[in-house]
Design a protein around this ligand. Structure first.
Ligand code: FDA
Length: 385
């Protein structure tokens, strides 16, 4: 039996950061990872450049049944703290848009940094270890033999992208120890449509434009791309986290432009022009062709122009679903925060058991927020194990 102060299951963003903060405190730590390499999702993140944090991290940009839960951890390990670590390792980075920070070079640098920090903190990272059982105490049985420690951190992530090693393991173990689970669903995920909406969208597949995508009072003004199954792109991924099956979303295809006012003005100024031609001044030509009738402006009653304008400024749609965990960037929901300490991530009813990262019911916006949650929650637990 190998004995430690703390065992961490999962060598992803949250698990490695937890190991670093615990190891720096002199705790004897082992990280147990079933894949043969650490940080699999870090490596593919941000198109290979890892959008490792965001300059504008505020609790309001995280979804959870308890929106205040993330506050404490985010305040104790900030994006500035992560940037300091990146700078200390000489990793060059840049701000892309909306406060999003990326490596100039490669996401590999972030994984190398975390592994170097683990090494310096005396952490053992055990790769290619399949966990076969977790028992109270805690005893973690693996195909390389048993490990034991008084603290166990579940850092095994969520259900997004099963092809990359994502499992429901953290949720399963949490449930077995009596922790509650908030319902899980794919988030930051493309939306799919059926019927008339899909008939409009499919031929436009590949076309991108800036939109404002809204669900209730929440709105994101960013890029959108039509796909052969519906819509994707940052604005859609963001709103997908708020969407619940059966509910509507609204797309403003020309945010900031009053389309009705523009059409009424064009009717006076260019009565012979076709509607699609006028719309072509506001929208990509392919989209204008689909949405604008091939009729002269003078022939269009104002009420018909109003209908067209409403369909462009507030195209109201009910998605039929999402592209699921296979295409989702994260899982929303997870271990219920009501059963965890927001300061340490420790389960209130099971002393010594901690849950961090995506497995917890805290889901960030697109743009580096999910890694910041993983760093911050991992750090908080590492200070307590
Ligand atoms: P994570 O999934 O990173 O780590 C869990 C670890 O546990 C993995 O190494 C896994 O193999 C291991 N594991 C699972 N089951 C196990 C078991 N039974 N036994 C042992 N080990 C097990 N976020 C962001 O902020 N910026 C970005 O640029 C991106 N980009 C991005 C792109 C893509 C394609 C995806 C899918 C996701 C992103 N994300 C992102 C989201 C981000 O990757 C995610 O929020 C974090 O990786 C979550 O960190 P965790 O450590 O909680 O889980």
């Amino acid at each position: 039996m190998r004995t430690y102060d703390a065992l961490i299951i999962g060598a992803g963003a949250a698990g490695l950061m937890c190991a670093i903060s615990a190891g720096r405190r002199g705790r004897k730590v082992a990280v147990i990872e079933h894949l043969d390499h650490p940080g699999a999702k870090i490596l593919i993140s941000g198109g290979g450049r890892c959008n490792f944090t965001n300059r504008e991290v505020v609790p309001e940009r995280f979804l959870s049944a308890n929106p205040a839960f993330c506050r404490s951890a985010l305040a104790r390990f900030t994006s500035g703290d992560f940037i300091d670590m990146v700078d200390a390792h000489g990793i060059a980075w840049h701000e892309k848009t909306l406060g999003q920070l990326f490596c100039d070079g490669s996401a590999r640098q972030i994984v190398a940094m975390l592994m170097a920090e683990c090494r310096d903190a005396g952490v053992e990272v055990c790769l290619g270890h399949r966990v076969t059982d977790v028992a109270a105490g805690f005893v973690v049985s693996t195909d390389h033999g048993p490990f034991t420690a008084p603290s166990l951190v579940l850092a095994a992530g969520g259900l997004a992208i099963p092809k990359m090693g994502a499992t429901g393991f953290a949720l399963e173990v949490a449930r077995r120890f009596g922790l509650g689970l908030a319902p899980t669903r794919p988030a930051l995920v493309p939306l799919t449509f059926q019927g008339e909406a899909l008939e409009i969208m499919r031929p436009l597949s590949g076309l991108s434009l800036e939109v404002a995508a809204s669900h209730g009072r929440t709105s994101f003004r960013e890029g959108m791309v039509f796909t052969h199954r519906g819509v994707s792109g940052p604005a859609v991924l963001q709103i997908s986290s708020y969407w619940v099956p059966g509910s509507e979303i609204a797309l403003d295809l020309v945010p900031g432009v009053d389309v009705l006012a523009a059409l009424l003005a064009a009717k006076r100024a260019r009565p012979k022009a076709q509607v699609a031609t006028i719309l072509g001044g506001m929208l990509p030509a392919r989209l204008a062709d689909v949405l604008g009738p091939k009729r002269g402006m003078a022939d269009m009653p104002d009420k018909d122009l109003a209908r067209i304008a409403a369909g462009i400024n507030a195209w109201t749609l009910t998605p039929s679903g999402t592209e699921g965990y296979a295409k989702a960037e994260v899982m929303a929901g997870g271990v219920d925060t009501a059963g965890l300490s927001s300061r340490s991530m420790e389960a209130r009813a099971v002393p010594g058991l901690f849950v961090v990262g995506e497995a917890v019911d805290v889901t960030g916006w697109l743009g580096g927020y999910n890694f910041q949650w993983a760093w911050a929650s991992g750090w908080a637990a590492g200070l307590a194990v």
